[in-house]
Design a protein. Structure first.
Length: 500
């Protein structure tokens, strides 16, 4: 049974542009569950999470938050909160269990159902083709360091577009290729857990090549798709005068190594020079960068914090991973002892600095320095320790303040002339947070993992009210009022059945 949320009247004359998208985002492996149902094959995250010591608490995405079985309930809740868009990812091994060849129609049917539910509720579907769940069979023959994976990705893009292109307008090829390449094949913190700096650079190039080939495949399918890529970008700040060179190197590997080939058709020369001890770039073939730099219809920017960079703050000897299982080398190939300083600003539960001005800086930099398409913040959010209070509600004032500050940063960017057209909070639901397991809660909707009960957090109520006003509303000192259920208690959704 769903309790109705009482929302305030819409406010006209909001400070953000008319038609600004207020959305929320998730990723398939983090929310869907149903890991072996309806023909789904294993992904690298299935393998990684089932390897002892790789994920904190031994968590896996086998059940996650059961989004696969609760899709109608979850979409109805999105509609009650007034979301105008939902950014979700498709599980590649749910469509092609081995990453090539046979198509699993039951997997496509699930996403057809999801898209139809969204459209029936007036919510725009934003589809991401790849959010890190590479079919394990492709990893077994080389993974992203192998060039053929890019071609297989383009095939998969065409299959999904043929099934959903008549109903989905905006297609994101990749989410955060930096993480896929440098955390997956460099530091080993993410799946597949390999630690090879040269392979991590090869993987980065083949991910970008896959983006370009998939862009071509999407457009070849007709229906005039809007094609995007989402990059995780940071404001990179030197900790001191002695760290200017260190900041240049990290900015190059984190930001420009992906922005430049996508938007300029070339890797930055200084980064190629920095990486000379790691690789000779012989894997880049003539014509590759023309494919990578296909014109985009939108650019997604994921932002969580800034990087305060200090030479000597990192080490190639590594650190323990989230599960404490082994030493992780630097995710920045060739950067040696350069690392990030924790800084003195307040932190989230992930120990990330809260620095909303960095989002404005990133947005204005991309707008100023690149011939960029319209921008969207496709992920922004924060993990804090959340527990239901005695009244049954989840009061999360820290997250509400975090979101308010970052939506205000978007407003500042728009006022500075940035063509910013939407914001997606990460995430809609608490979920499986990769190597951190179930210890980190980013959702604006609380999930009681044993029962799968959903509880709308105060931050979600603030977000719903701000979306209706089309501007960030003031943050109340007390738990958020004005969008609470008519009953006076927390909105909750019990769904059908508990967690297996």
């Amino acid at each position: 049974m769903t309790e109705e949320l009482t929302l305030p009247a819409a406010v006209s004359g909001g400070s953000l542009p008319a038609g600004f998208l207020w959305g929320a985002a998730t990723a398939a492996y983090q929310v869907e569950g149903a890991a072996t149902e309806d023909g789904r094959g294993p992904s690298i995250w299935d393998t990684f999470s089932h390897t002892p010591g790789r994920v904190r608490g031994g968590g896996t995405g086998d059940v996650a938050v059961d989004h696969y079985h609760r899709i109608r309930e979850d979409v109805a809740l999105m509609a009650e909160l007034g979301l105008s868009a939902y950014r979700f990812s498709v599980s590649w091994p749910r469509i092609q269990p081995t990453g090539a060849g046979r198509v699993e129609e039951r997997g496509l049917d699930f996403y057809k159902l999801l898209v139809d539910e969204l459209l029936d509720h007036g919510i725009e579907p934003w589809l991401t083709l790849y959010h890190w769940d590479l079919p394990q069979a492709l990893e077994d023959v080389g993974g992203w360091p192998a060039r053929d994976t890019a071609a297989r990705f383009a095939d998969y893009a065409g299959i999904v577009h043929a099934a959903l292109g008549d109903r989905v307008r905006t297609w994101t090829t990749l989410n955060e290729p930096w993480c896929s390449a440098f955390l997956g094949y460099g530091s080993g913190e993410h799946a597949p857990g390999r630690q090879d700096p040269a392979d991590s650079v090869r993987a980065a190039h083949h991910l970008l090549l896959g983006h370009g080939l998939a862009t071509q495949a999407l457009r070849a399918g007709g229906a005039d798709p809007r094609v995007a890529i989402s990059l995780n970008l940071y404001e990179v700040v030197p900790a001191g005068d002695a760290d200017l060179e260190a900041a240049r190197r990290i900015d190059g590997l984190q930001n420009r190594f992906f922005l430049d080939p996508v938007l300029r058709g070339a890797y930055p020369a200084d980064v190629i020079a920095d990486l000379a001890p790691v690789t000779d770039f012989s894997f880049v073939r003539d014509g590759d960068l023309a494919v990578v730099s296909q014109p985009l219809d939108a650019l997604g920017i994921n932002y969580y914090s800034r990087f305060l960079v200090r030479d000597g703050a990192g080490s190639d000897d590594g650190k323990s991973g989230p599960a404490g299982e082994r030493k992780l080398v630097s995710p920045f190939p060739g950067a040696g002892s350069i690392g990030t300083d924790p800084g003195e600003l307040p932190k989230t539960a992930m120990d990330w600095e809260i620095h909303s001005a960095g989002l404005t800086a990133v947005l204005t930099r991309v707008s100023r320095d690149y011939d960029a398409p319209p921008l969207y913040v496709t992920e922004n959010g924060a993990a804090f320790v959340d527990t239901p209070a005695a009244d049954g509600a989840v009061h999360d004032p820290e997250r509400t303040a975090y979101l308010a500050g970052h939506v205000a940063a978007c407003q500042d960017a728009v006022e500075a002339g940035v063509d910013l057209r939407g914001y997606f909070v990460w995430s809609f639901l608490d979920n499986f947070e990769w190597a951190w397991g179930y210890d980190m809660r980013f959702g604006i909707v609380y999930v009681d993992f044993p029962t799968q009960r959903r509880i709308v957090k105060d931050s979600a109520r603030w977000y719903a009210a701000s979306a209706r006003a089309n501007r960030p509303l003031p943050v109340p000192d007390a738990p958020v009022d004005g969008v609470s259920p008519r009953s006076g208690g927390p909105a909750h959704h019990d769904g059908a059945g508990g967690r297996p």
